[in-house]
Design a protein. Structure first.
Length: 331
């Protein structure tokens, strides 16, 4: 029977995987391997320390910022968006609360049902989107799809609004909130919202296709916000899950509330908590990101303390590797 390392190597060779794969179980790293190019043009290879974009995986960080502010008394799940938005984003209904934004939808500036992730979808030049307040023009003008709490709909705009509410409630910029409330207590030293037009040497460029040099720099905000855009490493993600379940980011009671299934998502064969994907049954939980030049999953099984992380720097690069690990570990 082939070993896990052999299976991962074979899958990487067959699929053109480019990125990092890591598996931790019961406090031990069983596998951590890097494949392909972090920078194709200059033939810079991935290493296990490469910082890769995680796209919507960042939503979990946003949810944790919100829960941390709840614990500090600066927000509440029942806080209405309108109470902090004032006259901004007038189409967000008066009854939409923080909890609604965490688990259901408002009118979405980036509706993934209506586009391909490699399309040019933003209505502003991407270089203007370098802070959460700068997102206001793209969040405007989207009618609410259904009454608050009526049903579940995966939503990007809601998480940018959550970042905006967190800023206004705390008086601190969102990226600073992620750093101080999530990354520092978790020991995530290599996780940050990096500018895509000035990436440091250890950060991977995101490529649209399996082959070629075209990157995603014109497809995404130059700096991400509440719905995506953080860069991280496989080691940091392993630390994240340990810190989360140890209650070092928010209390264990808050973690339990976030991982309580709030919504069914039958078309995706899963459930959704507050910022986290949940298996249709069992305790498996994960973060996932998919965007132009980015595909990412980090999954954790608290019963076996198994964490599997797949980080890829081209649009569809992660999924066959993710399938292999799902088959191996049932995550």
């Amino acid at each position: 029977m082939r070993s896990l390392a052999d299976a991962v190597d074979e899958t990487a060779e067959r699929t053109g995987f480019s990125g990092v794969v890591r598996v931790d179980r019961a406090g031990r790293t069983e596998l951590c391997s890097a494949f392909g190019w972090a920078d194709r043009a200059h033939h810079v290879p991935h290493t296990v320390h490469t910082q890769l974009a995680i796209a919507s995986g960042s939503k979990g960080f946003t949810a944790l910022v919100v829960m941390s502010l709840l614990e500090r008394g600066l927000l509440d799940l029942g806080t209405t968006a309108r109470s902090l938005l004032a006259d901004d984003l007038a189409l967000i209904a008066p009854d939409v609360t923080v909890e609604h934004l965490l688990r259901s939808g408002i009118g979405d500036y980036l509706d993934e049902h209506d586009l391909e992730v490699t399309d040019y979808v933003l209505t502003l030049p991407v270089h203007q989107l370098d802070s959460t307040e700068q997102y206001l023009p793209v969040l405007e003008g989207h009618e609410t799809a259904f009454a608050a709490g009526a049903r579940f709909a995966y939503n990007n705009g809601g998480y940018v609004v959550l970042a905006l509410l967190a800023e206004r409630a705390s008086g601190v910029a969102f990226h600073e909130l992620v750093r101080t409330l999530v990354c520092e207590p978790a020991g995530m030293v290599d996780t940050a919202f990096l500018r895509s037009d000035e990436l440091p040497g250890r950060a991977a460029r995101g490529y649209l296709h399996r082959h070629g040099l075209r990157t995603n720099v014109l497809h995404l905000p130059v700096v991400g916000s509440g719905d995506g855009g953080a860069y991280s490493t496989a080691a940091d993600l392993a630390e994240f899950w340990k810190a989360l379940f140890a209650g070092r980011i928010v209390s264990r009671a808050s973690v339990a509330a976030m991982l309580d299934p709030r919504s069914d998502w039958p078309e995706e064969h899963q459930r959704f908590g507050l910022g986290f994907h949940l298996r249709a049954s069992g305790d498996g939980v994960w973060l996932e990101g998919y965007d132009a030049g980015v595909s990412f999953v980090s999954a954790h099984d608290p019963a076996t303390t198994t964490t599997c992380t797949v980080m890829a720097n081209w649009t569809d690069g992660a999924w066959l590797m993710v399938r292999l690990l799902e088959e191996q570990f049932g995550l």
